[in-house]
Design a protein around this ligand. Structure first.
Ligand code: ADP
Length: 626
């Protein structure tokens, strides 16, 4: 029979599995059992919703058989099964998620360590087997098919005789090597241990024929061997157990297996509610963002169970976007099994659950912030952006819920601080929250405007992510203290006397500023002196609601939308350049214009803005220099 080739990506993953140096090879069994359980879930669900399917919960099982003589390990399930097409599609190609694994050969070693993360599933069996045979019959069909592969060369599919429905997977185990004892997968006690470790909470019985030594009938010291089918797993889903009876490591193991993470979650949330809509939930805050978190394909959501029966894998309606990083499940007797995706959106019960979960998650995050700041810091580095988007989205509908969860870098504390903490440290006379924006903390720290305000002893929040200023503007204020961008015109830290003095000075130089502004009439709203600067000669500030940082963000968006902030060139009134400018205004207005262009270019550079005409500017500088 002609062999079919695996898709290119699948083939590389296969090579990786076949030559695997991954030490945790035993996870292959978890993957096969988990697939079997998923397949049974599907058929069980049908049995509850389709009257034609006459099966009871007790009918479903997963069976493991070991055959030492033939070196085979077999996993059989009576789940939904696969037809010919599905065998081809599901086992001939690997899921998209695996594609991340395909890097250069050198990187393979590293990749191997993250195998678990991507749940490469079925193919992991090639870590221990050199040949795999899958016989499957789709429920309700008369035809069964056999899919076979000895790895890299490809696979065959042919018709098969198979009475039952469901899937039987036979692994022909590899021969033992100096480094690895594959025969241990023929040892029932070892298999029993692996099942209990990784698959204890699978809700269908995992059955194996076990050999036990029992006392002979009527004897007190004579034993005989018996062989009996035993259920290896506890079968009670972990979320239905009493929290006291579950060890933290069990929750961790459940989390890692179910959500394909290689690290423990940073927080485990168990939450059971009795009331209008009763439910049990088990939620996890991951300790790091999954690799695909910010992909379009990333789907948030919690698994939704109706009294232990999985209705849907990722129910989006249960989680708002800003908590989209949460993993976990909800099990409720009050949710109908027949609920469809369409109805879900309007379902009253689902809404109730989502609302109460939102509050609970917020509380838990607050507790984490309070009790374990280091953990929260690292959580926030990975997921804080989502919280800030949450504040900005929907016209700020959720800003009150989220405002105490966000943090920004502080100029005085040199770490992330909450708004509450900022307020608590504010100076007596201070009635505003000062912030500055830039690409990185270091760059913000170098902004000319920052220096002076720091010197006056005010704390400044450094906003370094592009969503930050949008979130802050949506908040408007916190605890009645307005947010003020120190690079806007509105910063007002002077005494009345200082103000008056500056005002007069600006008035006196009005005509000179007009000449300067005309040199850059397309770009500048205004030129004026400032007392905000210490050492720097110039800075840019803005009038109106659009800040320079927002201009950058919006102009970088693929929508093609372009905006311009209303820029003001502010000149340090105490800088020596002032004398020069005033002299030029008297003697040489053309040179004054040149100087203005150069100063403006400097100010743009400091703000991280591009210069439209760099040739002109560099020529001007050379002019002035020579
Ligand atoms: P994943 O389980 O992550 O989707 P796998 O490679 O483990 O990836 O499996 C690929 C697909 O093959 C599954 O999504 C499922 O559709 C199908 N499959 C695997 N094992 C079984 C099984 N025992 N019964 C029915 N379908 C199965």
């Amino acid at each position: 029979m002609k062999k079919k080739q695996f898709k290119a990506e699948s083939k590389r993953l296969l090579d990786l599995m076949i030559n695997s140096i991954y030490t945790n090879k035993e996870i292959f069994l978890r993957e096969l059992i988990s697939n079997a359980s998923d397949a049974i879930d599907k058929l069980y669900y049908l049995s509850l919703t389709d009257r034609k399917v006459k099966l009871k919960k007790d009918d479903f099982k997963i069976r493991i058989e070991l055959d030492k003589d033939n070196r085979t390990l077999t996993v059989t399930d009576n789940g939904i099964g696969m037809d010919k097409n599905e065998l081809e599609k599901n086992l001939g190609t690997i899921a998209e998620s695996g594609s991340l694994l395909f890097k250069t050969e050198n990187e393979h070693k590293k990749d191997i360590d993250v195998i678990g993360q991507f749940g490469v599933g079925f193919y992991s069996a090639f870590m221990v087997a050199d040949k795999i045979s899958v016989t499957s019959k789709k429920y309700g069909s008369d035809e069964a098919y056999l899919w076979e592969s000895d790895g890299a060369d490809g696979y065959t599919i042919e018709k098969a005789d198979y009475e039952a429905f469901g899937t039987k997977i036979v692994l022909k185990l590899k021969e033992d090597t100096d480094n690895y004892n594959y025969s241990e997968y023929l040892d029932e006690h070892h298999i029993d241990k692996i099942v209990k470790t990784y698959s204890n909470y699978i809700t269908y019985p995992i059955i194996m024929n076990m050999t036990r030594n029992v006392l002979k009938d009527g004897s007190e010291n004579e034993y005989e061997e018996t062989h009996e089918d035993e259920i290896l797993n506890s079968m009670v889903p972990i979320w239905k157990k009493n929290k006291k009876d579950v060890k933290e490591e069990d929750y961790n193991a459940f989390y890692k297996d179910t959500y394909h993470d290689y690290e423990n979650p940073t927080r485990i949330i168990t939450y059971n509610v009795e009331g209008k809509c009763s439910y049990k939930s088990l939620l996890f805050v991951p300790s790091h963002a999954p690799y695909d978190m910010y992909n379009k394909e990333y789907k948030k959501g919690l698994s939704l169970y109706s009294n232990g029966v999985l209705i849907m894998d990722k129910c989006e309606e249960l989680l708002p976007d800003y908590f989209g990083f949460i993993k976990g499940l909800v099990d409720s007797e009050d949710i109908s099994l027949n609920i469809s995706r369409e109805i879900l959106q309007q379902d009253y019960q689902v809404k109730l659950i989502a609302e109460s979960l939102e509050k609970k998650i917020k509380k838990e995050l607050e507790a984490m912030l309070k009790d374990d700041r280091d953990k929260y810091d690292s959580f926030f580095k990975d997921f804080g952006m989502q919280l800030k988007f949450g504040i900005y989205n929907d016209f700020g509908a959720k800003k009150d819920l989220l405002k105490d969860l966000i943090m920004f870098y502080s100029s005085t504390e040199k770490k992330l601080v909450t708004l509450k903490e900022y307020i608590s440290r504010m100076k007596k006379d201070q009635d505003k929250i000062y912030y500055a924006c830039g690409e990185t903390v270091d760059k913000v720290d170098l902004l000319p405007q920052v220096e002076n305000i720091k010197d006056k002893g005010y704390e400044i929040l450094y906003l370094t992510e592009y969503v930050d200023e949008f979130a802050v503007q949506m908040l408007v204020d916190y605890d009645n203290k307005k947010f003020v961008n120190i690079c806007s015109e509105n910063v007002d830290l002077d005494t009345d006397e200082e103000k008056k003095e500056l005002e007069n000075k600006n008035k006196e130089s009005k005509d000179m500023f007009e000449v300067m502004r005309e040199a850059l009439s397309d770009e500048l709203k205004e030129v004026k002196y400032t007392n905000k600067l210490k050492n720097h000669p110039v800075c840019l500030t803005t009038k109106g609601n659009v800040s320079i940082e927002m201009e950058k963000v919006i102009n970088a968006m693929p929508t093609g939308e372009k905006i311009n902030s209303e820029k003001v060139l502010e000149i340090n009134e105490n800088h020596p350049i002032v004398k020069k400018l005033e002299k030029l205004y008297k003697d040489d207005k053309e040179s004054l214009k040149k100087y203005t262009k150069v100063l403006y270019a400097q100010a743009r550079l400091i703000e991280g803005l591009p210069i439209d005409n760099p040739t002109e500017v560099t020529n001007l500088i050379c002019d002035i220099m020579s």
